[in-house]
Write a protein that binds this ligand. Structure first.
Ligand SMILES: Nc1ncnc2c1ncn2[C@@H]1O[C@H](COP(=O)(O)OP(=O)(O)OP(=O)(O)O)[C@@H](O)[C@H]1O
Length: 258
């Protein structure tokens, strides 16, 4: 499968000392990578470094076979979509308009959206079960509703690679499942995706691969079934964990109480 993202020896930070301490990773089409790790360990920093949004970095980042710095920004925006962790100002825009912003890298000189763009945005809103937000003003939306629109904006961009920073934060369990299921469906159809997640069980259910990060380093990475293990999670989070098999065969992880 096509190599969409590759980092080698990625060292990056904000202040004098690096956050990322030499990260090697690669993502192919048809893979959904969950990035797991404790707070402040560098998961978001990894995504930001991939996007080139950090004060300084060393090592290499290749996107779709080309050094990131060699990409023309607009061309790159057609291929790589970013679903950020934090809300952006949404006031003054309807839900449909917010989602249509994802089409900007594809628009012509005048930046006008077409009927096809609007139809695409409405399809994605329906796919995510939030069609009712199309005409709602941004200021009248809940945190979770805005998050669903951020995901819709990323999908409507029709990227080859989708980077998601805690896409399920603020979502109820049904919306967590529906949003990750939609991403996974796109991945089955050839998208590559990287999602920072905190819910180990969501990662186990929807990811194809996991990257475990601690203190700016990769602790382990690879296919979800082999890498996501109780002992590794104990080392990752520094607390005792339990693992049980559900009747469906799914593995369930939980911190050991007491
Ligand atoms: N803009 C910034 N300027 C300076 N330091 C920053 C900045 N953003 C993050 N950091 C620091 O870099 C480190 C890694 O942060 P990062 O956001 O990558 O962690 P994370 O693993 O995504 O954490 P969380 O799970 O809490 O979101 C933290 O120590 C954080 O305080």
């Amino acid at each position: 499968m096509t190599l969409l993202l590759e980092t080698q020896g990625l060292v990056a930070g904000y202040g004098p000392s690096p956050v990322l301490q030499g990260v090697d990773c690669s993502v192919r089409a048809g893979e959904l990578w969950a990035v797991l790790g404790p707070n402040g360990t560098g998961k978001s920093t990894l995504l930001r470094a991939v996007l080139g949004a950090l004060p300084w970095m060393r090592g290499t980042v290749r996107l779709l076979g080309q050094e990131r710095s060699a990409w023309e920004p607009r061309e790159l925006a057609r291929r790589v979509a970013w679903v950020p962790q934090l809300f952006e100002p949404a006031e003054g825009f309807s839900g449909l308009e917010l989602v249509l912003m994802g089409r900007s890298p594809h628009l012509g000189l005048w930046g006008l959206t077409s009927e096809r763009d609007a139809a695409l945005a409405r399809t994605v809103l329906e796919e995510l079960g939030v069609a009712h937000l199309a005409d709602r003003p941004g200021e009248a939306m809940s945190g979770g509703e805005r998050r669903m629109l951020l995901l819709a904006r990323g999908l409507v961009q029709e990227p080859s690679l989708l980077l998601l920073d805690e896409p399920t934060a603020f979502l109820d369990v049904a919306h967590q499942v529906s949003s990750l299921a939609r991403v996974r469906a796109r991945v089955e159809a050839g998208l590559g995706a990287v999602a920072v997640l905190h819910d180990v069980n969501m990662a186990a259910a929807f990811a194809t691969h996991v990257l475990l990060m601690r203190d700016g380093r990769v602790l382990a990475q690879g296919p979800v079934d082999t890498v996501l293990e109780r002992e590794r999670l104990e080392a990752l989070y520094g607390l005792p964990m339990e693992m049980a098999l559900a009747p469906s065969g799914a593995r369930l992880f939980a911190p050991r109480a007491g």
